[in-house]
Each structure stands twice: as structure tokens, then as C-alpha cells.
Write a protein that binds this ligand. Structure first.
Ligand SMILES: C=Cc1c2[nH]c(c1C)Cc1[nH]c(c(CCC(=O)O)c1C)Cc1[nH]c(c(C)c1CCC(=O)O)Cc1[nH]c(c(C)c1C=C)C2
Length: 567
């Protein structure tokens, strides 16, 4: 029988004396300085000089995985704790993980194909932390930004009823959009949400599908929400956790009785986010001002510009030992020395004060002794086939926008290849390529392939993508350049009970690994790039102070919520 999952413990607040005005809802009209917070001196001195930080800095730390999380953790730790010796271990021959930008030289100019994440959003707490990192790395001049007013920022489509339905981006647009098949019944669903009964007190989590169907009805849930969750998690809303992925509105239902009541009242955010927003906002003001009118951004050389620059910085500026081609076999905690031994790393110095694992939850679980953190095995990944296509003719899609998503309610005959969505890259990032034309990315599979006995080859993927574009957009031409990448287990799925399981893992790791194994990356607090950077920062910050930790504390302790625009 599984042990009961511990409930969250009360959180103790030591270092918060005053708060910040929020960047939340920033429209780009006012200079960011006007939003810069009156934060307490203690926080303003910032994280590096935090009184807790140099309590007992570790002598040695190993970081597993040199994707964006591992590289960021190494870079940040080197700055927070310059005296610590850092070893970054990567199994593959290259760094960057899922981030890969391939520049294809052609006689008509170069094209960049992204096989993983391709854009970043600046205006969130985690987004601001990423921008701070970008400033430190002096990458400001490499940024390519898309203005909030551009079609790519405003227009998103849902494929439904055999056509693309444009989602509203303004109040006027909303009235027009209500005629669309995909939004059928939306008005009564939204207006009656406030009258629906709140969930029972003892329900700690449920699926996104069950929660949204209770609150908004089946139409909006299956036709709209399922598409949005395809576009972030490539996952099935019937399995994903409402508490983990819709945390604010799920809490609002519990606290205020309905999502609408929560929205009409005082907007709140988690205290720690508010403090970090203040600290990093003030430190990143010049770049935030540069991106004042930006909706999304990337880099001239693609997203890999970020990880390549970080690799260079950790090796040359931070004195981190980076070893590629090292496959770690296990982690062993020695209670006497209070160190963790990294098995499979063939070096006389393979015991460390801390190990930060940025590997996916299931890979980390495989490294730990049985019974240490078995709940990590319950987080699994979905596989996505990413197909990049380039056509010489401009405006081939017939639409202008970020792209379109396909909900789970679309019948199989209208989406036989199980496409999740299509990105209109040449609209989304128009200045990235020298060669002029239309660039799109078709994403296939995700949760639809959960029980597949075989997966498509690259050739099959390209054929399937072309058929998707023919069926949905009527594109008959052959692309000039193509590339397909099967990204196996690339997006972790936070299933129902995610928070409770991470609480359990926190307890287990503190108990059995002495708080010396620290977790970071896309398996825990968000699958986006900004989330990975944030989790790396948090891990590095905690480890630099030398306190036993897991980086899962936010799941183990009760959160403190405060008004978003508290001065
Ligand atoms: C069709 C499949 C996918 C598309 N993008 C992804 C998949 C699986 C992956 C992805 N997209 C987002 C994230 C998280 C944020 C990050 O920092 O990277 C991930 C992992 C962002 C995102 N994309 C869409 C939405 C609504 C969001 C969340 C918030 C935001 O940035 O606005 C919509 C969207 N994704 C895809 C398409 C075609 C599309 C909309 C038309 C592709």
C-alpha cells in the first residue's frame, strides 16, 4: 500500500518586508522604471548578497544534464557562489538539450529550422528572470522581437468544423468570434460559471477536462481548451492536472467559489513571485524597456544562440568543468561524509556536496536507489514529430498569424495524422531567414501516440505533414526544404496528483538523500523555457547557500498569496 501523501506545511516568511508594483498586465505604454518597485533594502541588495546565501557555500556541486536548465544552473551557481567547484555532466556529445536551431545555407540565402522551442514571452515573472540572464550574457543585440501589434502576436486559429476559426484578440473581435462554430455556446457557459457549485472540500486535484467541463461545459472544454493544451503540453486534458496547470483559477474556485468571482475580485499572485519580479525587474530595466512593445522574441541565430552562449560562458568565464558523453549510472548518498557519489562518472573526484539533476523525472528516478523517489516514475513524457517546411512562395498559408491548433474533438477523418497544430514561422519570426518565402512547422503526435507500437520515420513525418497542409490549408506545392525530427519523450506530462506526488518526493529526498539531491527542469514547475530558467535559478540559489533542499519546496509548503499590485 502506498503511504499517504503529506499535506502542504505552513510557509514561514523571513525576508519579505515590503512589496513591489507588478509588471503584470504591462501594456508597453509606460517606461518600466515607473513600475519599478519600492522593494525593501534587503531584497534590493539582491540575491547574490542575500544574508543567507553565504552561510555554508558548498565546495563541490555536480549538475546532471547540459540542456537549458543545466547550463543556466551552472551559470547562476558560478555567480552566486564563485568558490564552489562545479562539474556539468552531459550524456550526449552536444549541449542545449531540446533546443536546436539548424541554419541551412542555400543558394538563395539561409533558413533557420528550429527543432524545439522557438519563441519566448517576456512579460511574466519567469520571463523577466530569463531576460536578466540574457542581459548578463550580453545577448541583447541578438534579440529578434515581435511587436504586440503584429498579426503573429494577435492572431491564433483553431481548426474546427473543417476550417480555421480565428480566436478573438480584442473586445470587438470577441463579438464577431462568437458566431464561430468553435465558440458555440460560449456566452451562456461563461455567464453562468459564477452560479455553478464549487468543488467538494476534499477534492485536491482532478483532470483539466473534468474541472473545465464542470465550470464551463463540454463544448468550450473539448473544442477550445483541449487545443490550447495541445499547443503547450501536446497532452490530453483528460489526464493533465488542473491543480498543477491551472493553478490560479483552480485555487480561485476553492477560495472564492468560482473562476469569475476570482477574476472580478483583487488579483493575487504568489508572494515569492512578486518579490522575484521586483528584484529582477529592477535589475533588468534597460532590457525590459527595449522590449516594452514586444509580445514574443527569439534570437537572430535561433533559440540555440542562448544555449551556445551559455556553454561558452560557463566554460570560459565561470570555470565550470563541462564533460559531454558522460552517462551517469546512479546516485549514492553517504550519510557519514554527507556527500553524493555520481556513479558512472569516471573521476577520482566523483563525490559532491550537492547534485542538481536537470534530467527528466523518470530518468532521475532511475538513478536513485529504489524506494527513494518512486513517485517520479509517474511523470511520463510525450513524443512529438516536429516537421519544418520551407516554400519559396510567400504567404502560402492564406492566413496571417502565429498558427493554428487542433482540438481533440476534431474527428479522425479530418485529422488522420493526429496533428496537434501548425506554426506559421515566417509570420511569427519574419526576420530570421535570409531566403524569402513561407516557413511552417507541423507538430504531430503527442498524447495521440501514447500507446503507439511504432513511430513514423522522418520520411513518413514529412509526407504526413504535407498531407496535413493539403487537407487543412489546401497547399498542393512541394516545399523547397524540409526537415523532420522525432522528439521522443520531449514534454513531461503533469498528471492528476502531480502536486501531491512532488510533496512526497520532497519528503523522501530530504529523508533518504539528506537534501543533497536537488531537482530542476521541465518535469516539475512548468514545461516552458522561462520555467526551466526559473527552476535552474531557484536550484542554484538554494544550493549556493548550502542548505539541504530538493527545489520541490513550493509543493511541500503552503503558498502565500498577496495582491498583484500591492505597492
Ligand atoms: C502544436 C503543438 C505545440 C506548439 N507549441 C508547443 C507544442 C507542443 C510547445 C509549447 N508552446 C508553448 C510552450 C510553453 C511556453 C514556452 O515558454 O515555451 C510550449 C512548451 C507556448 C504556447 N503556445 C501556444 C500557447 C497558447 C502557449 C502558452 C502561452 C503563450 O506563449 O501564449 C499556442 C500554440 N502552440 C503551437 C501553436 C501552433 C499554437 C497556436 C496557434 C505549437
Amino acid at each position: 500500500m502506498k503511504p499517504p501523501i503529506p499535506r502542504r506545511r505552513p510557509f514561514r516568511l523571513h525576508h519579505a518586508h515590503s512589496f513591489t508594483r507588478s509588471f503584470w498586465g504591462h501594456k508597453g505604454d509606460e517606461p518600466v522604471e515607473s513600475l519599478i518597485p519600492q522593494i525593501s533594502e534587503e531584497w534590493h541588495r539582491g540575491v547574490e548578497q542575500h544574508p543567507d546565501l553565504h552561510r555554508d557555500p558548498p565546495k563541490s556541486v555536480a549538475i546532471l544534464g547540459a540542456g537549458v536548465t543545466g547550463l543556466t544552473a551552472a551559470y547562476q551557481l558560478a555567480h552566486f557562489s564563485p568558490e564552489t567547484s562545479i562539474t556539468l555532466l552531459e550524456a550526449s556529445p552536444r549541449t542545449g538539450g531540446w533546443i536546436r536551431s539548424l541554419k541551412i545555407p542555400t543558394s538563395k540565402g539561409s533558413i533557420t529550422f528550429e527543432t524545439g522551442p522557438r519563441t519566448l514571452r517576456p512579460w511574466t515573472v519567469n520571463g523577466i528572470i530569463t531576460l536578466n540572464l540574457i542581459s548578463h550574457l550580453s545577448l541583447q543585440s541578438q534579440i529578434l522581437s515581435v511587436p504586440k501589434t503584429s498579426p503573429a502576436a494577435k492572431n491564433r486559429y483553431i481548426y474546427f468544423d473543417k476550417r480555421l476559426n480565428e480566436l478573438p484578440s480584442s473586445v470587438q473581435g470577441a463579438f464577431k468570434a462568437l458566431q464561430l462554430p468553435v465558440l458555440k455556446g460560449a456566452v451562456p457557459s461563461v455567464l453562468t460559471e459564477i452560479f455553478r457549485r464549487r468543488r467538494a472540500k476534499d477534492v485536491e486535484d482532478e483532470s483539466v477536462e473534468s474541472f473545465l467541463t464542470r465550470r464551463l461545459g463540454a463544448n468550450l472544454t473539448n473544442n477550445l481548451a483541449s487545443a490550447v493544451f495541445h499547443g503547450i503540453y501536446a497532452g490530453d486534458i483528460a489526464n493533465l492536472s488542473a491543480d498543477a496547470l491551472l493553478h490560479t483559477i483552480y485555487r480561485n474556485e476553492r477560495v472564492y467559489g468560482s473562476i469569475t468571482r476570482g477574476m472580478l475580485g483583487v488579483q493575487e499572485m504568489i508572494l515569492e513571485d512578486k518579490l522575484l519580479e521586483g528584484v529582477y525587474g529592477s535589475r533588468t530595466a534597460p532590457l525590459l524597456n527595449q522590449l516594452r512593445k514586444t509580445s514574443i522574441y527569439s534570437f537572430k541565430g535561433g533559440m540555440e544562440t542562448l544555449t551556445k552562449r551559455m556553454e561558452e560562458a560557463v566554460k570560459e568565464e565561470c570555470d565550470v568543468t563541462l564533460k559531454t558523453g558522460v552517462k551517469v549510472d546512479g546516485l549514492e548518498y553517504n550519510q557519514e561524509t554527507n556527500e553524493v557519489k555520481v556513479l558512472g562518472y569516471d573521476s577520482p573526484n566523483n563525490s559532491f556536496d550537492f547534485v542538481i539533476s536537470t534530467l527528466p523525472a523518470w530518468s532521475t528516478a532511475n538513478l536513485l536507489p529504489p524506494g527513494t523517489s518512486d513517485a517520479l516514475f509517474e511523470t511520463t513524457g510525450v513524443t512529438v514529430m516536429v516537421v519544418n517546411l520551407f516554400y519559396d512562395k510567400p504567404n502560402m498559408t492564406g492566413y496571417s498569424g502565429f498558427g493554428y491548433l487542433i482540438p481533440k474533438s476534431v474527428p479522425l477523418e479530418q485529422n488522420p495524422h493526429r496533428a496537434l497544430g501548425v506554426i506559421f514561422d515566417s509570420d511569427a519570426m519574419p526576420e530570421q531567414d535570409e531566403r524569402k518565402g513561407t516557413k511552417v512547422t507541423v507538430m504531430l503526435g503527442g498524447h495521440w501516440w501514447d500507446n503507439a507500437t511504432s513511430l513514423p520515420s522522418q520520411e513518413d513525418g514529412i509526407k504526413m505533414a504535407k498531407e496535413v497542409l493539403l487537407q487543412h490549408l489546401g497547399i498542393t506545392e512541394d516545399p523547397a526544404e524540409t526537415m523532420a525530427s522525432l522528439q521522443v519523450d520531449c514534454i513531461p506530462q503533469y498528471g492528476v496528483g502531480h502536486a501531491g506526488r512532488l510533496r512526497q518526493v520532497h519528503e523522501d529526498l530530504m529523508d533518504k538523500m539528506g537534501g543533497k539531491v536537488v531537482l530542476a527542469g521541465s518535469s516539475y514547475g512548468g514545461v516552458g523555457l522561462n520555467d526551466c530558467v526559473r527552476s535552474a535559478r531557484d536550484a542554484a540559489f538554494g544550493v549556493a547557500a548550502g542548505r539541504p533542499m530538493t527545489n520541490l519546496e513550493r509543493w511541500a509548503f503552503e503558498e502565500v498569496w498577496i495582491p498583484k499590485d500591492m505597492p
